[in-house]
Design a protein around this ligand. Structure first.
Ligand code: OSB
Ligand code: MG
Length: 368
């Protein structure tokens, strides 16, 4: 394969409803899309870096800089065999996984289109229907939270995750458990607690949660190991796992029993597959997280979720939960059973809607 052109675009889209986590509230997304031309075939990727460096150190601005000034020069006009090689070609760049993943994923899409294969088959996926859960932001009131959960359950979603933070944790969980005693329920703290909050987190044990996601520091694997020793409920790590080595350390230390996989956080499909295989070998289930993606990133998440150790419902949901109108055709839909049927077309299996993307674009840069 040979890449001769890439286009970076920033699109702006308002969320249907603002999404609030322990680290802040997002109402409007700024999304960096990468389009590559690989031997005349287009491939698309989405950079999931945020508007602010509050989930990870990357932002859309750092990603643009790294993509233009370091990732693209390492790839342009070089001959390589497959998208699986991109990771090695940009290995001299430290960190900046979300920037690397956006480019890598675009090349995977292009390779799959060249081979007229669905991307999920090219990466070795096996599941043709993936189970879906939802991530529900912090709500104004307990009544509102119940209403939102009820709506998502009625839509078929198989598990409910709510965001928590100090001062908004045991009470909403207890309320939901009273109202919905049997649902699969979990919480995500996005690193809002400190190690000496262990007693508070132990109070959540009464509500038989599937897992507690990333309660402690975003780079603090050790304290999660100490906390997991005091909890029956499995800890799931998200923010802490950027590399295969992090996954190895977290598993060996007993810092988690489940891992949330995000393409952007780990740097693309090649590292995601290695982490997937490691977890499979260690008996650690994984599931696919979300980053409020547009349809492009959503499509990549669907492909990733077809790998066989993605045994738990992911945060991969219908386009309409976030967008009045998505940037792909068809939009992502969820069955009444709370699953997504994996598309059978080539590449990501959904067509980027160029005219809509053009209309939403606030800046673009062509790299050659
Ligand atoms: O921690 O999983 C997270 C959104 C933005 C940043 C971090 C997270 C999330 C979500 C939303 O939970 C998942 C989704 O896209 O539906
Ligand atoms: Mg999370």
């Amino acid at each position: 394969m040979r890449l001769c052109q890439a286009t970076l675009r920033e699109i702006q889209m308002p969320l249907v409803r603002p999404f609030e986590t322990s680290f802040g509230r997002t109402a409007d997304r700024r999304i960096l899309l990468v389009e590559v031309d690989a031997d005349g075939v287009a491939g698309w990727g989405e950079c999931v870096a945020g508007e602010r460096p509050s989930y990870s150190p990357e932002t859309i601005e750092t990603a643009w800089h790294i993509l233009r000034d370091f990732i693209w020069p390492a790839l342009v006009r070089k001959e390589f065999a497959a998208a699986a090689d991109v990771w090695e070609m940009v290995a001299s760049i430290r960190g900046h996984h979300m920037a690397r993943a956006a480019m890598e994923a675009a090349v995977w899409d292009a390779e799959a289109r060249q081979k007229n294969l669905p991307l999920w088959k090219l990466i070795g996926g096996t599941l043709e229907e993936i189970p879906c859960g939802v991530s529900i932001g912090i709500q104004e009131s307990g009544e509102e939270l119940e209403r939102v959960v009820e709506k998502e359950l009625a839509a078929g979603y198989q598990r409910i995750k709510i965001k928590i933070k100090p001062g908004y944790d045991v009470e909403p969980v207890a309320r939901l458990r009273r109202r919905f005693p049997k649902i699969r329920l979990m919480v995500d703290a996005n690193s809002a607690y400190r190690p000496d909050d262990a007693a508070r987190l132990r109070e959540l044990e009464a509500y038989y949660l599937m897992m507690i996601e990333q309660p402690l520091g975003w780079d603090d694997i050790w304290s999660h190991a100490e906390l997991q020793r005091q909890l029956m409920t499995p800890i799931c790590l998200d923010e802490c796992i950027h590399t295969e080595e992090h996954a190895q350390a977290a598993i060996a230390l007993g810092a988690c029993r489940i891992i949330n996989m995000k393409l952007g956080r780990v740097g693309g499909f090649a590292p995601a597959r290695r982490i997937h295989d490691l977890c499979r070998d260690r008996g650690i289930p994984v599931w696919c997280g979300g980053m409020l993606e547009s349809g492009i990133g959503r499509a990549h998440n669907i492909a990733l979720s077809t790998l066989p150790n993605f045994t738990l419902p992911g945060d991969v949901t219908a386009s309409k939960r976030y967008w009045t109108e998505d940037v792909i055709d068809p939009e992502v839909t969820v069955t009444p059973q709370g699953t997504i049927r994996v598309p059978s077309g080539p590449g990501i299996g959904y067509q980027p809607r160029r005219e809509r993307i053009e209309r939403l674009t606030v800046r673009h840069e062509v790299l050659r």
